[in-house]
Design a protein around this ligand. Structure first.
Ligand code: H2B
Length: 100
């Protein structure tokens, strides 16, 4: 099972993934993605969902029109692990590919 990252390791990893920050009050990371419209936002979610399912690692997220608020944490570990970092990085890549 993936282990929780130390505060230092988490900070260092976040420094290399644009837009992702620590969530206040819990051991999790988050980012709000803003797309051109709903079509793009949902396209992003669809692609990200397929990757998440393949990884067996699932986001907490909320969509309102063209924004997607994402929170990542490894529930089994009670905090941020390398799986969250990997999914965050992948989501940034997917967002780039999705945006027109
Ligand atoms: N997603 C997230 N974010 N954290 C988990 O601990 C987790 C998950 N565990 N997806 C997986 C599913 C686990 O429940 C299954 C049984 O593999």
């Amino acid at each position: 099972m993936a282990e929780r990252l130390t505060a230092d390791a988490r900070k260092q990893a976040l420094g290399a993934i644009p837009g992702w920050t620590e969530v206040q009050g819990r051991d999790a990371i988050g980012k709000t993605f803003v797309f051109k419209d709903f079509n793009e936002a949902f396209g992003f979610m669809t692609r990200a969902a397929l990757v998440a399912e393949k990884m067996d690692h699932h986001p907490e997220w909320r969509n309102v029109y063209k924004t997607v608020e994402v929170v990542l944490s490894t529930h089994d570990a009670g905090g941020v692990t390398k799986l969250d970092i990997e999914l965050a990085r992948t989501m940034n890549t997917i967002a780039k590919l999705t945006a027109t």
